[in-house]
Design a binder for this molecule. Sequence first.
Ligand SMILES: [Zn+2]
Length: 474
Amino acid sequence: MGDDQNVCHDEFGHKYHLIKKIAEGGQGAVYRTQHKDLVVKRELKNGLPVPASEDMCQLFLSLRLLPIPQGLNITLPLAVLKEDSGYVMQLMDEMQSFRAAFSAVPENDAAENEWITQVKSQNTDLGAICSNLIARGGMRRFLRAHLHAAVLMAHLHAAGLVYCDFSANNVFISRDVNFCHVWLIDADNLDIQEETRKRIIYTPGIGAPELCDPEVRVRTGCTFSSDCHAFAAVFFQQLTHHHPFEGKLFEEQIEELGALEEAEFCRDRGDYPWVFDTEDDSNVWEEGAFYRALLPDGIWEILDKTFESGLFKPSLRPSMAEWSYELARSLDVLVCCPHCQMEYYEAQLKCPWCDHVHPQLVLSARFPSGEALWSFAHELDERETIDVPLRLVHGFRASELEETAFRVRWTGHTLEIRKIGEHFATEFSGSDGIRKEAANFVTDAITESFFIFCRDTENNFSIIIEGRILYGTE
Ligand SMILES: [Zn+2]
């Protein structure tokens, strides 16, 4: 440790001024430095820097030998620190942690609109929740961010690597809400499962019970399944700002035991059912009922499987690949109401939050056999073009997360659909029922269904997309 707590040096003698702490976890803190895109992770114990040790240096260096898939958004140590235990890594200046993006007080002003004002007049807390949610980019940004994070984790798992310490402080996202670049930092615990099984690492409050319970943890250590538990716990906490196991029973236990720490210990080792348990409501979180409407059934099922059947049976927890698939499916049918700015799943005649009627696009893809492949729904707005993901034609593929199949423009009366890229050939048919080979198509009669026939000759498959515009009248 140098004389100045805010200065450190790396193994090559470069000096770093620690300007601002941007994340803090169980094992240390991450600081911005005088270099725009370089940050320093410094290990802390009882709030103080830990002196550098040969073991730690070896651990950081051996990370470079792991079979980390190329091109994955994960920052690896560039250089280890000389005096302190820690390292230097690259992290773009315009990134912020998930915690800052989704659970801290929004940097932007809280959103205001007529509907929110009305909700606030009846229930101030609920109004504030909705207003903050919208200011943070709404569920669309939340799901998209977590989809990217889930895919990153799934890639690591597929390569045989356990991340060990997934937390809202270790995953970063673009500060600008118009972008969604997601990076994992803090890779120092990354290793093959055979090695991570020997370690107990978790961020307090989100560790799996087998890591938190001293009676069983010697047998398990960090696994793919404990990563999945941490991901689910972070996902739930970032959305609700509430712990998934803090309900009625937990509150009663604090009173009974007279000590918060003891109740937290019992909470973390799995003594209380999860707050939305499907069979046991003894630990219900009544104030949280509102959040049920923010996620579709498919995601609640994943959370139920993780926190109920999978709580003590890690192998039953849904994998990061299952999370990725379900998050993508949910994201693609999310509709945002232009009046209240709240969101819902699948097209509906009127907004379930404010009853506003607005035009929506619905695209359903199926195989020629009739079997459904993928669905897409989106609000239509004359000021905005819509990028329809390639998933509609290809189904879910982790490598095509941000690829676009069609770009759609709505004029208020007609819909213009343009094929993007050369992945497949298209024929369109409108109300006249005649199939025409084209890469562009304009619907004339918006009350009728239209069809897009997609043919991928290289991979020899065909997909039929049925499109319609839901345009109710007030
Ligand atoms: Zn609405």
